[in-house]
Design a protein around this ligand. Sequence first.
Ligand SMILES: C[S@@+](CC[C@H](N)C(=O)[O-])C[C@H]1O[C@@H](n2cnc3c(N)ncnc32)[C@H](O)[C@@H]1O
Length: 466
Amino acid sequence: MLYPKDVVDFIKNDTILSRRFNDIADDLNATEKVLNYSCDVELWMYSEGVRVSRAVRKYLFFLSSMEKIFNTIHSSFGKTSGVERGRIDDLPAQTSAREMLSIAQYLYYLNSHGIQGSVLECGSFKGFSSCCLSWACHYLNRTLIVADSFQGLPDIGNSLYKVKRGDFKGDFDLVKSNIEHYGNIQNVKFIKGWFNESLRNFKEDLCLLWMDVDLYSSAKDVLQNVFNNLTKGGVVFSHEFSAGYMSSDGVIDEKGAHDVMLALHDYFKENTIPYKAKHLMEDTGIIVPNISKNMNIILHTYSSNVLIDVLNNYSAFDVKILNSIHKRGPTQIAHFILRRSYKNTTRSAYCIDSVGGQNIRYQPRVFARKDEEFTMTGWAIDTDQKKPATCVFIKIGQQYYPAVYGRERVDLAIVYRNEFLKNSGFIAYIPTKSLDVGEYGITIVIVSADGKTYTEEDTGHSITIV
Ligand SMILES: C[S@@+](CC[C@H](N)C(=O)[O-])C[C@H]1O[C@@H](n2cnc3c(N)ncnc32)[C@H](O)[C@@H]1O
């Protein structure tokens, strides 16, 4: 797992901790070690670590504040970007708070290793990701460079996406004012224009390149002009990244890949740059260049998932909890807290995490536009048999929508101490066409491993179609 260097140093300098966590990876961003799925370091950080180590306190403070800020920005961006309903760019935020948190977490990590350079964002639309990253960069004292045409997409060529020239247009003045209102503009610079021209003489060192550019040609333009500006240890994060187009040895599989993933594949192949890539969550992946075949990327998103889930339910700086940890012993109480935090959100054997890209803890009542598709994510397990479910349906009104079941949720395997549960996540794509305007309760139907059906009529969540 990937932990900030000062946290790893703290552990290594302590005789007892260094024995307890003797397999902790301390390489830069990839390792030859086999990383086991356990969240013992996270539990230690949350319980004892926060009390004894300033490095841990700082790290948890950063993660938990960024997560809250990013979710608040997401809510502030609202539900429409002002274009006609049903258009591909109708949603003003095209990425999620969690995707942005994975980048922020990595930046914290790069800071802890003293990796120099600015952050370059290519593709801002209305500025949601720019606002989030501007806070992370401000906190970590980095410059964020936001590059965009501010006129939307260029000519499309033969993209598989159903997009056209001018889609995802975010006016420069609007993006700037959004960053002024919801972000922190102090460390932000802008580059206006089409990437093949605007980035041609790009000179700055980069520690992280974040691409959200939709098209093969745009991704190629970015990589050709700025990839060499990445400093040693620097990485690329990219949107339009799917786990489905990855080969088992951690590189992009050229057979299925298209658009941005194909551009990444082609660029590295044409320039004979070794790399490893990994899908992180939703549509975001990380690419670590210049590492050999036997290395594995250290970043595992479940580490921050576990920490954030616990921190959301219990403040790490809560005096009562710290006292009880002190009295009852750190490890037991941490396990207890972790399980309780999952139980609280789960009822028995499922949890709905997000509706329409919004973390429902922050947004209990979610709105969707008629004729627009929205997603629901979560997890479900068969607690009786201690196995994953067979499938999951979401019922809204009289309609049943099948979810795609089997997404990676290593955090569940850890919390329930059952390796079989590590792919118990789901995502449902819900087209609202067939639903009338109004508020609907959300029902979940779980088909268990033995074929029995469990229905929870009242999940406590609702969706309002407007
Ligand atoms: C999907 S949007 C970015 C979404 C944004 N990151 C968010 O979080 O909401 C894609 C952006 O890439 C920009 N873009 C794509 N190709 C470009 C190119 N060749 N030159 C300049 N901008 C481009 C578009 O203008 C658009 O703002």
